[in-house]
Design a binder for this molecule. Structure first.
Ligand code: URA
Length: 431
């Protein structure tokens, strides 16, 4: 078949800071999905986009073309409105786990397509796979059945959804081109728009443990995604939230499921509860639901836990099976008494990754019990020799590299020293 354009023309245009036309963008995504544009050519184009950017029209067209590369899901047969949440990823960010059943318990339908861990950040599907028998891959018919029975489903995106993004994402991961706002925004939003949700709340992380460490970049990413959602008819809003310190008191798959169960049982760490409730209220508001039972109450009275247990069972999971526990533990202790001034999310994330909670290469089997328990958060008073962290792994040999990652990861000052950290919600952006 004769092609409309040549890849090298498109690469040169972006290299020379020209705008790509709608036709050029449509062809590029289609030709790459068909294998006509080679990976080395797409790598060059991605780098040119990272360096020279794209305007709003180009980002919007790039996103539309990625959506058009696959199927679009439809939930119009459900008797309640659909709403989803997406986090750009962080350390200890287990919020989706209590949030999806909670919002379902309050009356919305939550079709939550989630991902696996990426670099130092954890993935919702990996965490759920700590539960014996739980299945991430569902057909569209199975997904519909779970959402009809339980009100919420958390699963992997099927192969038919935005296949262009799957290819592009794998290439970006190995070509140093993940961190470009047009590419992140179009990657996330193409999947969310193709998923067919009627409303979307984005949790855009900022701080050391986030992909966008600078709050200004995070706000620009949030604004770009909110505009893409709005233009596609999805009611979209975003919170830019703190990821300078890990969320909650655990980072690692089974450890985070344990913490999720505490939250669903009405307990758990205050920052996890606060962010879960904030996002639940945003999600319900976005679809105009005024729940009879408030999200706060639904966490305390067991309604959210009931939906969770049903949802886990519907996806083959055994709610009563013990969670995996790592074979080895090591405590990291305070070297002085005083106030904990910081706890660096990136360093904790990298250490958890090195302990076996994340993958070093694609497809690697995780140590589901590995990770880090956090015993003190910035602002807490600690005493000399008190454990600040407990490291968990199946292999003693992993402790050394995890400890290396934690060098400078926390500091202890005088009890009157100021703790500098981001507020939990840095900015709210609505369409
Ligand atoms: N998550 C995605 O799905 N895509 C990105 O580019 C970054 C995070």
């Amino acid at each position: 078949m004769s092609e409309k354009f040549a890849a090298v023309e498109i690469i040169s245009a972006k290299r020379d800071k020209h705008e790509l036309s709608n036709e050029q963008i449509d062809w590029t995504i289609d030709a790459y999905t068909r294998g006509v544009i080679a990976d080395e050519q797409m790598s060059a184009l991605l780098m040119a986009i990272l360096l020279n950017g794209m305007n709003n029209r180009e980002i919007s067209k790039w996103t539309e073309a990625m959506i058009a590369s696959g199927e679009k899901m439809n939930w119009s047969m459900l008797d309640r409105p659909t709403v989803d949440k997406h986090s750009t990823g962080g350390v200890g960010d287990k919020i989706t786990l209590p949030l999806a059943p909670l919002v379902a318990a309050c009356g919305a339908a939550v079709p939550q397509l989630s991902g696996r861990g990426l670099g130092h950040t954890g993935g919702t599907l990996d965490k759920l796979e700590s539960i014996k028998g739980w299945k991430a891959n569902l057909s569209n018919a199975e997904m519909l059945k779970v959402i009809q029975e339980c009100g919420a489903v958390i699963c992997a995106a099927g192969a038919g959804l935005a296949p262009a993004d799957k290819k592009l994402y794998a290439l970006r991961d190995v070509t140093g081109t993940v961190q470009a706002i047009p590419l992140i925004a179009s990657s996330i939003m193409s999947k969310k728009i193709a998923e067919g949700t009627s409303a979307l709340v984005l949790d855009v992380k900022t701080g050391s443990g986030a992909f966008m460490s600078d709050p200004k970049d995070a706000a620009l990413l949030a604004r770009t995604m909110v505009d893409l959602g709005k233009n596609a008819g999805v009611k979209t809003r975003a919170l830019v939230t703190a990821m300078d310190v890990p969320l909650g008191l655990t980072a690692g798959n089974a450890l985070e499921i344990r913490e999720t169960l505490e939250v669903l049982a009405g307990g758990g760490p205050s920052d996890v509860i606060e962010l879960t409730l904030l996002l639940a209220n945003e999600m319900l508001d976005a679809v105009g639901i005024k729940p009879k039972v408030s999200p706060e109450e639904a966490l305390k009275n067991g309604m959210a836990m009931d939906v969770w247990r049903k949802m886990i069972t519907a996806q083959g999971g055994d709610n009563d099976a013990p969670l995996p526990v790592a074979k080895e533990k090591m405590e990291i202790k305070a070297t002085a008494s005083g106030k904990l001034l910081n706890l660096d999310a990136m360093k904790v994330g990298v250490a958890a990754w090195r302990l076996g909670a994340g993958r070093q290469k694609q497809g690697e089997v995780l140590q589901l019990g590995s990770g880090i328990e956090i015993h003190a958060k910035p602002g807490d008073l600690v005493t000399k020799d008190q454990a600040i962290l407990t490291l968990h792994t199946d292999e003693v040999a992993r402790f050394e590299r995890a400890i290396d990652a934690l060098v400078g990861g926390f500091s202890i000052g005088g009890k009157d020293d100021e703790v500098k950290r981001l507020p939990l919600v840095v900015e709210r952006i609505e369409g």
